[in-house]
Unconditional design. Structure first.
Length: 248
C-alpha cells in the first residue's frame, strides 16, 4: 500500500525554497511536497492523496468560498494557512478563524525547527495559532499600543514565570510542547493523570495564561528568544507541539 501523502502549498512561486522542501520531506518522510501558485491549479488530483493544504493566509477570504471545490478533489485533506510576518497574520487571523476547517496559521518568519514543530502539530490533528493572532482575538490593544506589541509583551511577562517553574513543572512543560497527552506524560514521568492535571493547572496559573495552547505558544517564544541563554539548558533538543482545545 502506498503510504505517501502530499503536502500541498498554495502560494507565490519562490515562497517555498528547495531547501525548505528538502527539510520538510526529511522531517516527514511520508510527505511529498507540491507547490501551486493559485487555487485553480490546486483543484486537480495528485499522484498521492493530499493530507494537508497549506495556503497563503491572504487567500483566507477566497478559500471561504472555494474550499468545497478543493475538498471535492482532496476529500481527506485538512487546511492550514501560513503568513510571512506577524502583522499580516494578525490582520488576517479573524478571516482565517471564520473558516472552521482551518487547523492553524504557521508563521513563515520563524526558525525552521519552530515551523516544523507547528507543522507537526497540524499533521497530527492538532491546531496551531501564533501567539500574536491568538491573543489579538481575546484582548484589544491598550490605548496607544500597537497590535504587534502583544507578542513581545506576552514573552516579557512569561519569561520570569517560566524560569521559576519547578523541575517537575519544566519536565511537564517540555512534554506538553511535544504534544504529549496527559496519559502519555503520566506514563513517561511515573505520575498519575490526576497529578499531571494538577501540575498543568499550576503551570497555566503561574504563566498567567488561559490554557495549554497559550502555554506552548509562550514556550516557543521563550525558546526562540533565548536559544543562547538558560532556556536552552532546560529545553534543548525538544520539539514543540500544542493541541488546541485540550483540557488539562
Amino acid at each position: 500500500m502506498n503510504a505517501i501523502r502530499t503536502l500541498l502549498f498554495i502560494c507565490s512561486p519562490g515562497t517555498i525554497s528547495t531547501a525548505m522542501t528538502a527539510a520538510i520531506e526529511s522531517e516527514f518522510p511520508w510527505l511529498s511536497v507540491r507547490t501551486v501558485p493559485d487555487l485553480k491549479l490546486a483543484s486537480v488530483e495528485f499522484d498521492n492523496p493530499v493530507q494537508l493544504v497549506l495556503a497563503d493566509v491572504r487567500l483566507a477570504s477566497a478559500l471561504a468560498e472555494y474550499w468545497p471545490e478543493l475538498a471535492r478533489y482532496h476529500p481527506a485533506a485538512t487546511l492550514a494557512l501560513m503568513g510571512t510576518d506577524d502583522g499580516e497574520i494578525a490582520s488576517d487571523h479573524r478571516r482565517a478563524k471564520e473558516l472552521e476547517i482551518v487547523q492553524g496559521i504557521l508563521p513563515f518568519n520563524v526558525n525552521l525547527d519552530v515551523f516544523l514543530s507547528g507543522l507537526r502539530i497540524i499533521l497530527k490533528g492538532g491546531t496551531y495559532f501564533p501567539s500574536t493572532g491568538y491573543r489579538a482575538q481575546r484582548n484589544a490593544p491598550l490605548e496607544g499600543e500597537e497590535p504587534a506589541d502583544l507578542k513581545p509583551a506576552l514573552y516579557q511577562a512569561g519569561k520570569p514565570a517560566i524560569e521559576k517553574l519547578t523541575k517537575r513543572e519544566n519536565e511537564i512543560l517540555v512534554r506538553m510542547a511535544m504534544g504529549n497527552q496527559n496519559k502519555i506524560i503520566a506514563a513517561a514521568l511515573g505520575l498519575s493523570e490526576h497529578t499531571v492535571k494538577i501540575h498543568i493547572h499550576n503551570i497555566i496559573t503561574k504563566l498567567g495564561v488561559h490554557n495549554r495552547t497559550e502555554v506552548v505558544a509562550l514556550y516557543f517564544e521563550y525558546r526562540r528568544k533565548d536559544t543562547t541563554g538558560n532556556a536552552g539548558d532546560t529545553n534543548r533538543g525538544q520539539d514543540g507541539r500544542s493541541l488546541s482545545g485540550d483540557k488539562y
